[in-house]
Design a protein around this ligand. Structure first.
Ligand SMILES: [Zn+2]
Length: 129
């Protein structure tokens, strides 16, 4: 089931790819090493926790500044997919601010983040300029 306002994943990746800002994000060496060491299930669990704690509340703490630019693969994925704060969620994913995210919306976001991370983990880091 698709959350209200969430467009199909391919469509959102297509739009993100046309944003110079969003398409600039890459997993760094440390984040890749961390993702490899922890494994996909653990990273996905972290993604669920981060989204539930930092993004899902109707009025998230420090909204707009709650997601560091680096330091965890999920943080980078959040910026790359415009799931970093409620303003970006509204602008890119048409999810209105001021209300809590539904469990379905949270699951869609986690799915998007993990899809982005999967893509990053399967490309050769040296192929990036
Ligand atoms: Zn944002």
């Amino acid at each position: 089931m698709r959350a209200v306002g969430m467009t199909a994943k391919e469509d959102i990746f297509d739009r993100l790819g046309r944003s110079a800002f969003r398409s600039r994000f890459r997993l760094g060496q440390k984040e890749r090493a961390y993702a490899e060491a922890k494994g996909r299930d653990t990273i996905a669990a972290h993604a669920r926790d981060f989204i539930a704690a930092r993004l899902a509340p109707a009025h998230p703490r420090n909204d707009g500044r709650q997601t560091p630019m680096r330091g965890h693969p999920v943080f980078v994925a959040q910026h790359a997919t415009a799931c970093c704060c409620r303003s970006c969620l509204e602008k890119w994913h048409l999810i209105p601010p001021g209300r809590a995210l539904s469990p379905d919306e949270q699951a869609q976001i986690v799915d998007l983040l993990m899809c982005w991370i999967d893509r990053q983990m399967t490309v050769d880091p040296r192929s990036h300029s």
